[in-house]
Design a protein around this ligand. Structure first.
Ligand code: SF4
Length: 406
């Protein structure tokens, strides 16, 4: 039995028992349950449960769809997806929340960006260049589950469970280990490491998904980190606004806000994920003063065209999420069908400039074991005397006079 109410050791399971439903109804999500046309109410009917159960995040975790039989009870599967569930059972855990499943196109013959991210596919068995740990995180871990690449900051991987097991996750390797989720010994060691290294100013709490724990466990973790005098900012990496918005309650946001400055990055990859429910989750955070940024991964069939990407970015700005990074896909095994060539990524980035406010343009990043490398479309054509020759956003040449000797 897995309980995330405490910092107890816990195995990772797709059908995790996350504790009692406790009758908690997040009031700010209640109107979705009451509106028969909302995504929430329609999905609850499909799952045959009261919508008031559907908005309970613990119910969602307990009813993760984790195998072909469970998926087929709710959704037609393509042959590739059905094989994926069966053939990959020992390779990488499968699991999606009922909420996220409800965002999927019901026709398996259509290319659906949500299905591509959440459902296993036969193609994952084709491994040509992918590896288990593309960022060499294991050798960059001074203590287990603390990853340090830069002197001033660490990623503190306290969680192992996720509402959805994204098929391209670069931490798939953690799936093979047991008992990482909010493991008390690992958390204690991580806190001790951070406390004994005064150069660390910035702690990124990540996982897995660190919001898959009780409010009390998160509160306790934050209070311990905030008690370290040299930690200036605390950041979270969580996909719950996308995959399990009901988890991001005003009550949780209020707890986070006790430990400001707290920043948060989430991970929307396509406009289909930006629902009124997701917008509510983000509003709960932003209204408590927690800035929300977005880190996408460039994925074939999900967000690799200008049209799809601009739609995503516009929708993010509308719900007050700042696009932050667009990651070139990590070289992780089982993801080659989702990878996009880097020149296509650069062309995509170039196509954004001039078509959306700069506030909405993320930095395109190739993530390496020694840090993030920004990739910029080149607008500098050369020099002519003291003048700089640039290609402007319309593709025309601009001469910036005396730029070299102002
Ligand atoms: S939510 Fe994040 S950690 Fe979890 S599977 Fe998806 S990408 Fe990986």
């Amino acid at each position: 039995m897995l309980h995330t109410d405490t910092l107890a050791e816990a195995p990772r399971q797709p059908q995790a028992d996350t504790g009692p439903d406790d009758g908690f109804l997040p009031e700010e999500f209640r109107h979705f349950a009451d509106d028969p046309e909302s995504i929430t109410a329609r999905a609850a009917r499909r799952f045959g449960v009261p919508a008031t159960s559907f908005i309970n995040w613990r119910w969602q975790m307990r009813h993760q769809v984790g195998n072909a039989e469970q998926a087929l009870a709710r959704l037609a599967l393509s042959a590739s997806e059905e094989d994926g569930f069966k053939l990959l059972a020992d390779a990488f855990v499968s699991g999606v929340t009922p909420y996220y499943l409800a965002l999927m196109d019901q026709d398996p013959s259509k290319s659906c960006p949500v299905r591509l991210q959440g459902l296993p596919r036969r193609e994952e068995l084709n491994v040509r260049v992918g590896v288990k740990d593309p960022l060499d995180e294991v050798p960059h871990s001074p203590v287990k589950e603390v990853v340090q690449v830069y002197p001033d900051r660490v990623a503190f991987c306290v969680a192992q469970l996720c509402p959805v097991y994204c098929r391209y996750c670069f931490r798939k390797r953690r799936d093979e280990e047991d008992g990482l989720h909010f493991n008390r010994r690992i958390v204690d060691r991580g806190i001790a490491y951070i406390a004994s290294n005064p150069a660390i100013r910035d702690v990124l709490i990540t996982g897995g998904d660190p919001f898959i724990a009780s409010d009390e466990a998160i509160d306790n973790l934050l209070s311990r980190i905030r008690a370290i005098p040299h930690v200036e900012i605390i950041r979270f990496g969580t996909r719950t606004p996308v995959t399990l918005p009901y988890r991001v309650t005003a009550r949780l946001a209020k707890i986070l806000a006790k430990y400001h400055p707290v920043w948060l990055n989430t991970h929307f990859n396509c406009a289909e994920e930006i629902t009124p429910e997701a917008a509510q989750a983000v509003a709960n955070l932003v209204d408590h003063g927690i800035p929300v940024g977005n880190q996408s991964v460039l994925l074939r069939g999900v967000n690799d065209t200008t049209e799809r990407h601009i739609k995503l970015l516009r929708e993010l700005l509308k719900i007050r999420v700042r696009p932050y990074y667009l990651f070139h896909p990590h070289l992780i095994e089982g993801t080659e069908h989702l990878r996009v060539p880097v020149d296509a990524g650069l062309r995509l980035m170039k196509s954004l400039r001039g078509n959306i406010t700069g506030l909405g343009i993320p930095t395109y990043i190739v993530d390496t074991p020694s840090g993030k490398v920004p990739m910029m479309p080149n607008h500098v054509l050369g020099t002519d005397g003291e003048d700089l020759l640039l290609e402007d956003v319309r593709g025309q040449i601009w001469r910036e006079k005396s730029a070299l000797n102002p």
